[in-house]
Every structure is written in structure tokens, then in C-alpha cells.
Design a protein around this ligand. Structure first.
Ligand SMILES: Nc1nc2c(c(=O)[nH]1)N[C@H]1C(S)=C(S)[C@@H](COP(=O)(O)OP(=O)(O)OC[C@H]3O[C@@H](n4cnc5c(=O)[nH]c(N)nc54)[C@H](O)[C@@H]3O)O[C@H]1N2
Ligand SMILES: Nc1nc2c(c(=O)[nH]1)N[C@H]1C(S)=C(S)[C@@H](COP(=O)(O)OP(=O)(O)OC[C@H]3O[C@@H](n4cnc5c(=O)[nH]c(N)nc54)[C@H](O)[C@@H]3O)O[C@H]1N2
Ligand code: SF4
Ligand SMILES: [Mo]
Length: 871
């Protein structure tokens, strides 16, 4: 069978992949050497895609109130209930909450249905939590939401500044490009992040600024740009507001950033002294109560110096989701129309309305995500359709959001997974086709439109999202408007609409693709927009042509603001949240892969050693975070990667994987006043040791039913590994273990010391280990990575909790591709005298495939060599 060209469904790098189906539901995945985003490279998540396409956990049929239903019944119910609600309470009583992971064609139909036919603008997307501040910043500066540069700028830059971006883990293939540029031309790297991340490992400078102080830092830079005569006077003839921006920057140049002055000066000298500078920014910038201002503070510096849209220089907002950019183009946000046309512009409304032959169109923006769920909670929104996103986990104040969804009169959820925290709350659950099974387009961070193509048949009754939406549109009575049979048809309509936008002077114009026939759509190669008679791809703005009335760009006068929530005696710590290398968001797909689950198998909180000592928290203790919104229990990782007074926790764990570690239950729903984007990185919390009576660690082949105040599970090659901790005394551990694993007939082997609260119990059948439980009054000390893969094997000595002397413990997996553990690497470094990441690769293969773990291998090498130097 030949390979199918497609695009990775995870991050906004938008890597090309080649897929080969094995005919039995499996898929082999490799990087597409010809795709301009990755040239064959893939990160750990992309490489493991084949492990995540199985049918385990898939939603295969529609369900109404938990019962299987036919498509006909389910869709009719959705159409009827939406129609009734609109008839009784008006169009603004319904809402769609969608996703930057939808394909452009799905997005286009959802937006058209809500804005053009239902007649409300209550469609918003998880991109509100992700890109909204960048959108707002771009529009304020350029008059349009456009990323000026391209990925090639990373190859050609002499200085790359990562602001609030952990590129090494979140856009690993772009990070590989950055490292390649460093090697080829000595590109300098600066990281601006309160936390020391994997992206700092290769950095020339790391500026651990105070949370939220980016505007102050970039104002200091802007002030010196002006004072030192580094502004580009010619380019500034294309810019309005420069004097006011300089004045404001000068005024606030000394606002506190918490940084050492010489460090700041080094950064400013480097920035001013390097013509080819790319400033890459992501959620440390966007997810802030001053997110839009942070974006404009960065754009100000690039506009002032004319370093924009030229090879090797410019601001580069990296998108998170695979189609975050496509969603912005198609008008997925509540305050946009379609094709960069504005909902508040009467002329724009009228041309789109005419183009769609639509009966009605809202005149004002709809509710943004946080307000939307508040309106669901207050009963103002009575029918809600959630598509391709898991807000019960990922929205700030997530307990309140869950309660709002649960209390909504009518909730529809389209997902591929049967059990998600949001799916569990649905009245109607609709099975969508997944990545690998569906066709359409996505746009990545540098405006490149790529095809996703199907390589697998849709299982069960699953249908593509666009088809489900179009069918509901037809059943609501708008037959002609939603008469689509293929995604190609939708794409052509969209491209034609963009041509109209182009005639209005909008930059998003792909009318050149409007007459692609089905075969042409099938064969579409990665293409950077615009694609019109006037323009093809390329960069924007070097010519000084912007999209505000009058054609000029705008610099903004900005003032530093501290994060909205203030620390105090009750909530003395600042909570930062984000991502880990091998999991994707709410883990519905990546957690299916044992490889990806092995890197960081448990939810955790990073806390500074000094704070840990003050709070009486020891390594591996559990920690409870409490905020006015809610609480979470997480494993302590004591590290000076975070600063004193700050803690960091990942966003990934859910009711399915670790119910008490849902970090968004703790995060406050504070938003940026301009963009409406939540401040996911600066809540305030109290931090206390969680005083568990007992701790447990279990491995098993089959299912497990943990019932404890704390538990977290991760997939292994054979089954599960589970961490537990409880507050109530358990007297009969053998009985509890039987219940836990539902194993009553197996052979039991146990070591129990009731007085000391110790228990070790193993279950065997036919000489093979089925499950084992280890309990202690302190965090359990066993060799987890060894035990995790023991079930299914002949292992009569499992209760020792450690490998026999002739089988060393590999330690936590560092290289997911080749399954190489930390201990294995450390031993090889020490015994073989390895000096470089390349030598580690040659000896162990680690880091030689996707390269995502290379920063961590470098850190291990540095650790060993530092220790050796000190000895
Ligand atoms: N492995 C993996 N990769 C992903 C994803 C995933 O789930 N897993 N998700 C994708 C998505 S949708 C997105 S949006 C991107 C996100 O990609 P990133 O934005 O790179 O990821 P985050 O970890 O959310 O946050 C980045 C950094 O912002 C820092 N930060 C916090 N507060 C501040 C501040 O005030 N100023 C500055 N300068 N920095 C601050 C944090 O310490 C953190 O290291 O990743 C994409 N890629
Ligand atoms: N504290 C904190 N919270 C955050 C963030 C943070 O940094 N910190 N980051 C925010 C950001 S940037 C983002 S982007 C969001 C992401 O948060 P979410 O969008 O809520 O997370 P996902 O896990 O990506 O949810 C995708 C859902 O779609 C389902 N799905 C997969 N494929 C398909 C398909 O083809 N069709 C349909 N219909 N469904 C499908 C999956 O099973 C899953 O349930 O989280 C935000 N929340
Ligand atoms: S960097 Fe990784 S997750 Fe992002 S698109 Fe490429 S392979 Fe997928
Ligand atoms: Mo995101």
C-alpha cells in the first residue's frame, strides 16, 4: 500500500507526515521529507501517532442520555432542541464552543451556521484560551491578524528571542530548526520565562522575569531603541503613534521586572545590536491579563526598528493547535466574521450575508469563552454544542465550568472519545471521525495551508465534524446553505469568499484556490497564503503597507500592569501552568501511548527548595494547592527551575487520569480586557503538604478501580501504573487489593506489616504477574519504571520492588522513541566517558530520532560533568 501524505494533528508547527495503514487498523507514521515545516523531522508526539489510532476508548455510536441512538434520532433531537430554544428565547440563547483543532472546513460550516443562519455570534473557540491576545495585538498594530514572517526566518536569524515559549517541548521541530541555525551560523538564543525550562539549555541568556512583567521589559528595550538612535526613521514614516509609544516606554523603562540590571542590559544590547532578530512568543505572553499589551510591546520594538517581514527578522507568534491559524482565518472567534472580515463592519456583514444567502446576521460580537460559560451557568444560554474540545478540564475555574455544563438545559458534545470530563456531561454525544480518518485543510503558524488526508476508514458510525454540522443545518431548515457533500466543496466556497474579502482590501485572500476541482484539492501541496492574482505567499509588511485605514501601522503607548490576582497571606504563591513534552492537552490521545506516558507519568508541581523547606515538603511528598476557586493535589518536584514564591503545574491531568489533579479547578477566570483571554499563568494559591495516611503504587495488566483521595494513572505497555494516597485508614490491604484489581481467583503473594503500615501484594496466574500493590505510610520507594513493565512477565520476586542485580533499573524514560531511561544514560555517561549529546546518541540511540529529548540529555551531561569537575 502506498503512503498517504498528511499533517500532524498536534501542534501549530504543522509537520507533514507520511502514513501507511497496515490494513488492520494500525498506522505507520514518518516525517514527510518534502514538507516545508519539518523536512522529515517529527517530535516524540508525532512519532508516536501510530500508537494512538486504536479503537480503545473510541466513541463509535451516537448516544442520547447515555443510551445508544441512531444518527437520525440524535441529529433530529439536536436540530429540534436548538430550533425550539431559538424560537422561545432568541438566537443568543444558544452557543457553539469549538476548537483550533477543527479542520478549516469544519470550522467554516460551524461559523456559517451560527453567524449566518442561527443569527447569533455566540460561537467561540478554545483559541480564546490560546491565541486571542495575539489576534488582538496583531489587529491593533497591523490592522489585520497576520503573522508577518515565515519559518525560514528562524533559519536566517542571528538572534532568536523566546518570550513565554517553551519551544523545546511545545514546538519541538521548530526548536530543532533553531538549534540547526545556531550550529550553522552561531544564532544566539535568549529565553524570557520566569521558569528555567528545557528551552533554556541551549540559551545564551535566560531572563527569569517576574510573572507578567514582559511589558516593562520590552518598554525598557523600546526606550533604549529610541534613546540610542536605533529606530528606523524611514520605516517609521509607515507607523503612527511612535512618539507616544516611545514616551510611555521611557516613562515605564524602570518598572520592576525582578531582573538583574546587567542581564537586562545584555539582552537589550544584543537585541539592538543584531539586525536579524526574530522574537518568538507564545502562552507566557498571550495567557495574561495584559496579554494583548505584551504582544504590542513586542510588536512596538519590531515596528520601531523596521525589523519586520524581512528575511531573518520579525515577530513570530507561534500557534498552539494545528489549525489555530485556520480558525482565525475562517472567523471562529466570536468577534470575527470570516476571511479577516469584521462582524462590526456593516459593509462586511452585508457582503458575507449576500454571499451566504443568509437569512440573518448578528451585528455585534458574541460571548467570549469565559463569558460564554458564565452565561451557560446563569441559564442565559440554554443549548450548547461543544465540538473537539474539553472545557470541563481546560477552562479556568473548571469546577464552575463543569457545573455550568451539567446544569445546561441541553448540551451536545462531538468527540472521538467516549469518556471525557466534558463528554460525561452531555445530553447528546456525537461520534466524530478522528485524525487519520478525515480530509480537509489546516493552517500552521507561518500561514502554510496543508492537507490532512484519510489513511484509515472511519470506525463504527463516526462521521466528520463538517458533515455532522451540515446535517444539523439542513435539519434546521437551511437545506441550500448546507448542501455539502465533500470538504472540497466547502473549501472552494471558502476560497471564493476570501476573494471578496480580498477585494475589500483584506490580506487573507486565497481566491487563487477557488477553482480547485476535487482532484486538485486532493493533490493540494503545502501552500502559504495569500494565493490570489495579486499575491502569492511571501512575507508581509516590509513594504510598509498595513491594513488600518490610511495604510499605516500603529505603535501603542503601553504601561506595565502586574497580574490581576494579588498574592497575600492566604494565597502566598503564584501558580504558573503549562505543558509537558509528551502529553497533548487533556491527554485523550497521547495518554493512549505507553511511550509518551513514560516520560512524566504523574501530575506534579514544581516548587523551589526554599519554599519546600518552609512548608515542610520533602521530595515525592504530595502537595495540595488551594485557591479561591478550588484545589488540586500533585506530586512535589523540588527544583530551583522555579523561583521562590512561584509554583508550576502542568495542565494535562483530568477526571479520567487523576481527578484531584485538574489544575484548572484552581486557576482563576481572570481575563485580558482587550482579548478576553484568560490569565492561565498567574493565579494565586496556598501550598501545603498533603498529609496522607498511606501512599500506594500499583501496576497491573487489567483494569483498576482506585478509590482514594489522590490517584493518578498512566498507561504502560502491559496495562497501568497507578499512584495513590489516602486519608482514611485501611486495615485489610489484601481485601483492598482484590477489590482494586478485581482479581479474586489469582494466586496471592503478600508481605504485610500491619504495625508499620507496610503492605506488598502481588497477584499471579500461570506463573505470570497480573498485578502488584505497594503500600507505605510514606511515599512508596520502589523502582517504578522497572515494575511498570513487569505485569505479564514471569516475575516471582516482584515484591522486592526492585530489579534483580543483573537487571539494572533504567529509570524514568527520557528518550520516548527508543525507550531509554535516565539511569541508563547516566551510567553510560559515567562509565563510557561520553561528552556530548551526539556521543550519547551513538552509544544508546537516545535522542537520535525526533530529538525532543536532546535538551534533557544535554542537561544530564552537564550535571554529571559539573559533579565530576567538583570532585
Ligand atoms: N507537548 C505539547 N506541546 C504542545 C501542546 C501540548 O499540550 N503539549 N499544546 C500546544 C498548544 S495548544 C499551545 S498553545 C502551545 C503552548 O506553547 P508554550 O506557550 O510554549 O507552552 P506553555 O508551557 O503553556 O507556556 C510557555 C511558558 O510561558 C511561561 N510563562 C509563564 N508566565 C510568564 C510570563 O509572565 N512571562 C513570560 N515571558 N513567560 C511566562 C511558562 O513558565 C512556560 O514555560 O503548545 C503547543 N504544543
Ligand atoms: N491552566 C491552563 N489551562 C489551559 C492552558 C494552560 O496553559 N494552562 N492552555 C489553554 C490552551 S492554549 C488550549 S489550546 C486549551 C486546550 O484544551 P482542550 O481543547 O480542551 O484540550 P484537548 O485535549 O485538545 O481537547 C480536544 C478534545 O477533542 C477530542 N477530539 C479529538 N479529535 C477529534 C475530532 O476529530 N473531532 C472531534 N469532534 N473531537 C475530537 C478529544 O478527544 C478531546 O476531548 O487548553 C487551555 N487551558
Ligand atoms: S512538532 Fe511534533 S507535535 Fe508539532 S506538528 Fe511536528 S510532530 Fe506534530
Ligand atoms: Mo493552545
Amino acid at each position: 500500500m502506498s503512503e498517504v501524505r498528511s499533517t500532524c494533528p498536534y501542534c501549530g508547527v504543522g509537520c507533514g507526515v507520511l502514513l501507511k495503514a497496515d490494513g488492520q487498523g494500525g498506522l505507520a507514521v514518518r516525517g514527510d521529507p518534502d514538507h516545508p515545516a519539518n523536512f522529515g523531522r517529527l517530535c516524540s508526539k508525532g512519532s508516536a501517532l501510530g500508537e494512538t489510532v486504536g479503537l480503545e476508548g473510541r466513541l463509535l455510536t451516537p448516544r442520547v442520555q447515555g443510551q445508544e441512538a441512531s444518527w437520525d434520532d440524535a441529529l433530529q433531537l439536536v436540530a429540534d432542541r436548538f430550533q425550539q430554544t431559538i424560537a422561545e428565547h432568541g438566537p443568543d440563547s444558544v452557543a457553539f464552543y469549538v476548537s483550533g483543532q477543527l479542520l478549516t472546513e469544519d470550522y467554516y460550516v460551524a461559523n456559517k451556521l451560527m453567524k449566518g443562519f442561527i443569527g447569533s455570534a455566540n460561537i467561540d473557540t478554545n483559541s480564546r484560551l490560546c491565541m486571542a491576545s495575539s489576534v488582538a495585538g496583531h489587529k491593533r498594530a497591523f490592522g489585520t491578524d497576520t503573522v508577518p514572517g515565515t519559518y525560514e526566518d528562524l533559519d536566517e536569524a542571528d538572534l532568536i528571542v523566546l518570550v513565554g515559549s517553551n519551544l523545546a517541548w511545545c514546538h519541538p521541530v521548530l526548536y530543532q530548526r533553531v538549534l540547526a541555525a545556531r550550529k550553522a551560523r552561531g544564532t544566539r538564543i535568549v529565553v524570557i520565562d520566569p521558569r528555567r525550562t528545557a528551552s533554556c539549555d541551549a540559551a545564551d541568556l535566560h531572563l527569569p522575569l517576574a510573572p507578567g512583567s514582559d511589558v516593562a521589559l520590552f518598554n525598557a528595550l523600546l526606550s533604549q531603541i529610541q534613546q540610542r538612535g536605533a529606530a528606523d526613521a524611514d520605516f517609521l514614516t509607515h507607523v503612527e503613534g511612535a512618539d507616544q509609544a516611545f514616551a510611555a516606554a521611557h516613562e515605564s523603562r524602570l518598572d520592576p521586572t525582578g531582573l538583574d540590571e546587567t542581564l537586562v542590559q545584555q539582552f537589550i544590547d544584543l537585541w539592538i545590536g543584531t539586525q536579524k532578530v526574530v522574537t518568538v512568543y507564545s502562552q507566557g505572553v498571550n495567557q495574561s491579563s495584559s496579554g494583548s499589551d505584551k504582544v504590542n510591546a513586542i510588536l512596538n520594538c519590531h515596528l520601531a526598528t523596521g525589523r519586520i517581514g524581512k528575511p531573518g527578522c520579525g515577530p513570530l507568534s507561534v500557534t498552539g493547535q494545528p489549525n489555530a491559524m485556520g480558525g482565525r482565518e475562517v472567523g471562529g472567534l466570536a468577534n470575527m466574521l470570516a476571511c479577516h472580515l469584521d462582524i462590526e463592519n456593516a459593509q462586511h456583514r452585508s457582503v458575507v450575508r449576500e454571499f451566504w444567502s443568509s437569512p440573518t446576521m448578528p451585528e455585534a460580537p458574541g460571548l467570549k469563552a469565559v463569558d460564554m460559560f458564565r452565561a451557560v451557568g446563569s441559564g442565559k444560554i440554554k443549548a450548547l454544542w461543544v465540538i473537539h474540545t474539553n472545557p470541563a478540564v481546560s477552562m479556568p475555574d473548571a469546577d464552575a465550568v463543569s457545573a455550568a455544563i451539567a446544569g445546561c438545559d441541553f448540551t451536545v458534545v462531538s468527540d472521538i472519545t467516549a469518556q471525557t470530563d466534558t463528554a460525561r456531561l452531555a445530553d447528546v454525544l456525537l461520534p466524530a471521525s478522528a485524525w487519520g480518518e478525515k480530509d480537509g485543510t489546516v493552517t500552521n503558524s507561518d500561514r502554510t495551508i496543508s492537507r490532512q488526508r484519510a489513511a484509515l476508514p472511519a470506525p463504527g458510525q463516526a462521521r466528520p465534524d463538517w458533515a455532522i454540522l451540515a446535517e444539523v443545518g439542513r435539519r434546521m431548515g437551511w437545506t441550500a446553505g448546507f448542501d455539502y457533500e465533500t470538504p472540497a466543496e466547502i473549501f472552494r466556497e471558502y476560497a471564493a469568499l476570501s476573494g471578496i474579502a480580498g477585494r475589500f482590501g483584506r490580506d487573507f485572500d486565497i481566491s487563487g484556490l477557488g477553482d480547485l476541482d476535487d482532484a486538485g484539492f486532493d493533490a493540494l501541496q503545502p501552500t502559504r497564503w495569500p494565493v490570489s492574482a495579486a499575491r502569492q505567499g511571501g512575507r508581509f509588511f516590509a513594504d510598509g503597507q498595513f491594513f488600518h485605514d490610511g495604510g499605516k501601522a500603529r505603535m501603542l503607548a503601553l504601561h506595565h500592569k502586574v497580574p490581576e490576582a494579588k498574592t497575600g497571606p492566604r494565597y502566598p504563591f503564584r501558580l504558573n501552568t503549562g505543558r509537558i513534552r509528551d502529553q497533548w492537552h487533556t491527554m485523550t490521545r497521547t495518554a493512549l501511548s505507553p511511550r509518551l506516558s513514560a516520560h512524566l507519568a504523574e501530575p506534579f508541581v514544581e516548587i523551589h527548595p526554599q519554599d519546600a523547606a518552609d512548608q515542610g515538603i520533602a521530595p515525592a511528598d504530595l502537595v495540595q494547592l488551594r485557591s479561591p476557586q478550588g484545589s488540586a493535589i500533585l506530586r512535589a518536584r523540588i527544583t530551583d527551575a522555579v523561583q521562590p514564591g512561584q509554583v508550576f503545574a502542568p495542565m494535562h491531568w483530568t477526571g479520567e487520569t487523576a481527578p484531584c489533579a485538574r489544575i484548572d479547578a484552581v486557576v482563576a477566570a481572570v481575563t485580558d480586557p482587550v482579548s478576553g483571554q484568560p490569565e492561565s499563568k498567574a493565579s494565586v494559591v496556598a501550598v501545603d503538604r498533603f498529609a496522607a495516611k498511606w501512599y500506594g503504587f500499583a501496576v497491573c495488566q487489567g483494569d483498576i478501580d482506585p478509590r482514594a483521595e489522590y490517584w493518578a494513572r498512566a498507561r504502560t505497555r502491559q496495562g497501568w501504573r497507578v499512584e495513590m494516597a489516602g486519608l482514611s485508614e485501611i486495615t485489610d490491604w489484601e481485601a483492598e487489593a482484590c477489590r482494586l484489581f478485581a482479581l479474586s481467583d489469582a494466586q496471592v503473594q503478600s508481605l504485610i506489616d500491619v504495625k508499620r503500615g507496610l503492605a506488598r501484594i502481588a497477584f499471579h496466574a500461570d506463573g505470570r504477574l497480573l498485578a502488584a500493590l505497594f503500600v507505605a505510610p510514606q511515599p512508596v520507594a520502589v523502582m517504578r519504571d522497572y515494575l511498570a513493565n513487569l505485569p505479564g512477565q514471569d516475575s516471582s520476586d516482584a515484591l522486592t520492588g526492585r530489579p534483580p542485580a543483573d537487571r539494572p533499573d533504567p529509570g524514568p524514560t527520557l528518550c520516548s522513541c527508543f525507550d531509554v531511561g535516565v539511569n541508563t544514560i547516566l551510567t553510560a555517561v559515567e562509565t563510557q566517558g561520553l561528552m556530548s549529546v551526539e556521543q550519547v546518541g551513538a552509544a544508546l540511540q537516545a535522542g537520535t530520532n525526533c530529538g525532543s529529548c536532546r535538551p534533557e540529555i544535554a542537561a544530564l551531561l552537564a550535571q554529571v560533568h559539573q559533579r565530576e569537575a567538583a570532585e
